[in-house]
Design a protein around this ligand. Structure first.
Ligand code: UDP
Length: 328
């Protein structure tokens, strides 16, 4: 039986990856320090004898006994509010954490897939973003802790590949949504759906003309699985190129939730990218992958998930306790 280590296993993407690899017949070791992850996301896997969970911070030395075939590094805070609350942890997990996992991959002879991000393109001057665009990132802005950690992560991953012959894969993930997103992490989709469910107005930042392109989580997981199994070493964009302005997106959520909320406008956060859409030609050509779930289908599933949560979750500020991790 093949063995895979998934970091960030209790998070949104990590938990969906655990499900996928369990369904594919792997032995899955999930690892998470639960700063932003939530065990509710993987509770259903604990009775499975092919699933193990380690509560561990990958920024510190990572040990896994026995053989290991694959590593997927998905541990990281991933919303602008998280970067503001835990900037040092964000930097460490992308840099020191990645270093530890590459070292583990080298020691075990495992293939490692690193979760990178469209944030490496910053506020992009090339549209849509192709993998050969080097980006437009502000290193010292509020998002710098994430963007630069992820850029360093790509650099060290390629170095381990070139210098140590480690089998590496890099996925650049664009905005992704689906069940198990944190309701209050500040990202736009849970923010809008949470507001609609609480009967609050929807907060659009800026004038709402900035764009994003939203990919349903099952499509993303399929792309990641194919990339891991491929022999392609350089970064590959995985995302849905169906682009929409944030204002139009808010209107879509209002229609979806059938509520009478209005849109209110708030200040645009610093360094908020004005446009974002993946060029997925590479994923199509190399992985024969393209997204299948339309935004209307995916949003309906996601809305049903948020609606099914206990009502007190809607009003809970955060399920996790950042405070004890805040390093000053
Ligand atoms: N946004 C918004 N209202 C909110 C939360 C976010 O208008 O309540 C905007 C945000 O300014 C950005 C976009 O939605 O332009 C996507 O934000 P998110 O934090 O989800 O992800 P990003 O793609 O910026 O990392």
């Amino acid at each position: 039986m093949k063995k895979v280590l998934i970091t960030g296993a209790a998070g949104f993407l990590g938990s969906h990856l655990c499900d996928r690899f369990i369904n594919e017949g792997y032995h899955v070791i999930g690892m998470d320090n639960l700063i932003t992850g939530n065990l509710d996301n993987i509770e259903h896997l604990f009775p499975n004898e092919n699933f193990e969970f380690y509560n561990h911070d990958v920024s510190r030395f990572v040990h896994v006994p026995g053989k290991l075939d694959y590593i997927l590094h998905f541990a990281s805070p991933a919303s602008p509010i998280d970067y503001l609350k835990i900037p040092i942890q964000t930097l460490k997990v992308g840099s020191l954490g990645t270093h530890n996992l590459l070292g583990l991959a080298k020691a075990k002879g495992a293939r490692v897939l690193i979760a990178s991000t469209s944030e490496v393109y910053g506020d992009p001057l090339v549209h849509p973003q192709t993998e050969d665009y080097w980006g437009n990132v502000n290193p010292i802005g509020p998002r710098g802790v994430y963007d630069e950690a992820k850029r360093f992560q790509e650099a060290i991953t390629m170095a381990y590949h070139r210098f140590h012959d480690v089998e590496t894969r890099i996925v650049r993930i664009f905005n992704t949504y689906g069940p198990r997103m944190r309701l209050n992490d500040g990202r736009v989709l849970p923010a809008f759906i949470g507001q609609a469910l609480r009967g609050e107005d929807l907060t659009v930042f800026g004038d709402g003309s900035q764009t994003r392109s939203f990919c349903y989580v099952d499509d993303l997981v399929e792309g990641i699985y194919r990339l891991l199994m491929s022999d392609y070493v350089e970064p590959v964009n995985i995302g849905n190129p169906d682009e929409i302005t944030i204002k139009d997106f808010a209107e879509e959520i209002i229609r979806l939730t059938n509520t009478s909320q209005e849109i209110i406008y708030k200040e645009l956060p610093q360094d908020d990218p004005m446009q974002r859409r993946p060029d997925i030609s590479k994923a199509k050509a190399i992985l024969d992958w393209s997204p299948r779930v339309s935004r209307s289908e995916g949003l309906k599933i996601t809305y049903d998930y948020f609606k099914s949560l206990p009502e007190d979750k809607l009003y809970q500020k955060e399920h996790n306790s950042f405070e004890k991790y805040i390093v000053k």
